[in-house]
Design a protein around this ligand. Structure first.
Ligand SMILES: Cc1cc2nc3c(=O)[nH]c(=O)nc-3n(C[C@H](O)[C@H](O)[C@H](O)COP(=O)(O)O)c2cc1C
Length: 337
């Protein structure tokens, strides 16, 4: 259940058996510092630790690939193999020791990568080039067996995150990566049970969610970063995104982190809080906590988003990248008002 009716940015939030000390979140932000085989490095541990120490309630570790075929870059963390667990354990422990909830984003890049990175043919829902990839490599359409393997890879990744000591995982279903592609009519042109209509396009999400829930166990939380709207003609609409959110919440997702954009969210010339309208729309459909990220830099504005009930938590991306002390300063400023 969610906490008090008079929530603000600094008030605790309880969900899925965890209590966050506040609603300030470090959203996942790839740092490009993993080893070539996907191992966590000391620099990655420190990058997350200092931001946890500054006072974030929740730290979500940058996207980690669940399967080599879904790797996004050569410097990305992997959670695809048991050999990754000790490094991930150091990362989870460092975040938790600083008082933040530790969450690992688990991801498959689909066709939003290149065959040079994955060393094999790309995969996607359909054999169409990604609308946002300039090289236009055409992926292989996943077979039903291939989809089952992806679902299983997400589950295995969640089990490794659990073993490493993370409190939660966040399933990446935004920014044009594989699950976002499945939701998008532009990328998903399947006519089988995994496409053809809105229910078909979100079938894989429900299967991934169920498998992750099964493998991570009931004492951990399962979050999903949902691209609620593609922002492209012919793509996923906000209406359909809200219905997906409703169905995911009914299936037991513990928190929805609302994002958007098939091309990725951090475009230039966006207004502050550019996804707040999407988060508020999603909130009308669900009772689980909803997080929003995008263009928020001012603590007072982040506080207002929560006070107005437009979202329950606020992710601070580039502002926290540029200033690791953002959370500490926000707590000081808001506490002294
Ligand atoms: C350098 C960088 C790396 C990012 N890596 C990820 C990632 O791994 N997973 C993800 O879901 N979003 C990623 N994002 C998107 C951010 O989480 C966030 O949604 C975006 O920066 C917009 O928020 P902001 O305006 O507060 O920066 C990244 C953004 C940046 C700038």
């Amino acid at each position: 259940m969610m906490s008090g009716v008079m929530a603000d940015l600094l008030s605790p939030l309880s969900f899925a058996g965890f209590t966050l000390r506040n609603r300030i979140v470090m959203p996942p932000m790839w740092s490009g510092q993993a080893t070539p085989d996907g191992q966590v490095t000391d620099r990655i541990v420190e990058y997350h630790r200092v931001r946890a120490a500054a006072g974030c309630g929740l730290v979500t570790v940058e996207h980690s690939f669940v399967h080599p075929g879904g790797r996004h870059s050569a410097t990305q963390i992997g959670v695809h193999d048991d050999a990754m667990v000790p490094g991930l354990a150091q990362l989870a422990a460092a975040i938790k020791a600083e008082g933040a909830m530790a969450c690992l984003q688990i991801s498959h890049a689909g066709s939003r990568t290149s065959s040079a990175v994955v060393g094999r043919a790309l995969v996607g829902p359909s054999a169409v080039p990604h609308p946002c990839e300039p090289d236009g490599e055409v992926p292989d359409a996943l077979t039903p067996e291939g989809i089952a393997a992806v679902v299983s890879a997400f589950g295995a990744a969640a089990a490794r995150a659990r073993e490493a000591g993370f409190d939660a995982v966040e399933i990446h279903a935004a920014h044009g990566f594989l699950l976002s592609e499945f939701l998008s009519p532009l990328c998903n042109q399947r006519t089988d049970a995994y496409g053809g209509n809105p229910g078909g396009r979100r079938r894989i999400h429900l299967e991934v969610l169920a498998e992750v829930q099964r493998r991570i166990g009931r004492d951990r939380a399962v979050l999903m970063r949902l691209g609620a709207c593609d922002e492209m003609t012919g793509g996923l609409t906000l209406d359909e995104g809200c219905l997906a959110a409703e169905q995911l919440a009914a299936a037991g997702v513990d928190l929805l982190s609302v994002s958007g954009g098939l091309q990725g969210s951090e475009l230039a010339r966006r207004v502050p809080g550019y996804f707040v309208p999407y988060a508020a729309a999603v909130k009308a459909f669900v009772t689980v906590p909803v997080m929003v990220t995008g263009g928020v830099t001012d603590p007072a504005f982040a506080d207002l988003i929560v006070r107005r009930g437009l979202a329950d938590l606020v992710g601070i991306g580039r502002a926290m990248l540029n200033d690791a002390e953002w959370a500490r300063k926000a707590v000081r400023v808001l506490s002294s008002r």
